[in-house]
Design a protein around this ligand. Structure first.
Ligand code: NOS
Length: 321
């Protein structure tokens, strides 16, 4: 008998690679997508909600609830870093799609996360693709959340490599470092997929052409919005391909055997020029004194990835749609 599909909530700031991950989720038989929660990052939260509703409408899945997330950081900060230069002003490749007809549910993202985790203890995986504010709010809202949630798979961090906002910080962690530190130290089963891994998973121009030539509905849609993402990568990284951050993190939740991991306590720098830096204690040294990492719960951090299989799975599933 086939295993029961994994219940997944995607916390998202769509976002071009977010759109890819959401469509991939909808074409993954291993997964039951039970909701989307929205957050600022690639766009402001209001637009993230609109885009999440729009993507579900495009997919014909308006039965899936969307819960709107926080408009401010966990410390109530309103000065947000929005990456519209990566994804276009509308977050979806400057296509100016019609506004969605559907609305988000009344519940906030954090309340929805808490409720679903409580309703299905040990069964719900959160795949967090933006700054971690909603997840940290859920942890603050319900001390049991970390016990109830099966796993938190997050796209974030730059482990032993430079960041993409600046040499220290990766965009999602930089978006709300205080929230990220709460999540890394909360004691839940946390798996971090950082850009040290996602930068190895690339969609080439040839791959995009293959998507374009297929009849897949999702593939066709994504090819339109991908143009802006390709031009950003050409400019910022001098590369002809694009990084598949969000689909890679999603697949880590579904098929962990495509990755290898290390495990240790992770803390996030919240001040100074290295604000947003993620630092793993690799436990190779027994420190003589108590440190900020001592006695903190450990998390899993992805180290290697089977990139060809990830790209193949993504392409196949998007072209089938
Ligand atoms: O300046 C940036 N460079 C690269 N990716 C960025 C930047 N800002 C935001 N993202 C977005 O953040 C996640 C990975 O860090 C991805 O979702 C990417 O699209």
């Amino acid at each position: 008998m086939a295993a029961e599909p994994k219940k997944i909530i995607i916390d998202t700031d769509p976002g071009i690679d977010d759109a890819m991950a959401i469509f991939l989720a909808l074409r993954s038989p291993e997964v039951e997508l039970i909701g989307l929660t929205t957050i600022y990052g690639n766009v402001y939260t209001t637009l993230a909600t609109r885009n999440a509703l729009h993507l579900l409408e495009v997919a014909g899945r308006t039965d899936i609830p969307v819960a709107e997330g926080s408009h401010v950081t966990i410390t109530k900060g309103t000065k947000l870093r929005i990456a519209d230069f990566v994804h276009g002003a509308d977050g979806l490749g400057n296509q100016n799609f019609d506004p969605p007809k559907t609305k988000p549910i009344e519940q906030s993202a954090a309340a929805f996360l808490v409720k679903q985790a409580k309703l299905h203890p040990g069964k719900v995986t959160v795949v967090a693709l933006g700054p971690l504010t909603n997840i940290a709010l859920a942890i603050e809202l319900d001390p049991e959340f970390c016990k109830n949630i099966r796993q938190i798979v997050l796209l974030g961090g730059a482990f032993s490599v430079n960041g993409n906002v600046n040499p220290a910080a990766e965009a999602n962690i930089f978006g709300d470092p205080e929230a990220a530190d709460i999540v890394f130290t909360c004691g839940a089963d946390v798996l971090a997929v950082g850009i040290n891994v996602t930068h190895q998973v690339v969609l080439t121009a040839a791959g995009r052409d293959k998507l374009m030539q297929s009849n897949g509905r999702f593939a066709q849609y994504l090819c339109k919005i991908l143009e802006v993402y390709f031009s950003y990568h050409r400019e910022a990284y001098s590369t002809g391909g694009v990084y598949l951050h969000d689909p890679t993190a999603f697949l880590a939740a579904v098929n962990p055997s495509l990755f290898t991991y290390t495990e240790g306590a992770v803390r996030v720098q919240t001040t100074g020029i290295t604000r947003g830096l993620t630092l793993l204690d690799n436990t190779q040294k027994k420190f003589g004194e108590v440190t900020e990492w001592t006695d903190k719960p450990t998390v899993k951090v992805a180290v290697t990835v089977d990139a060809p299989t990830i790209v193949k799975l993504l392409m196949e599933r998007l072209m089938q749609s």
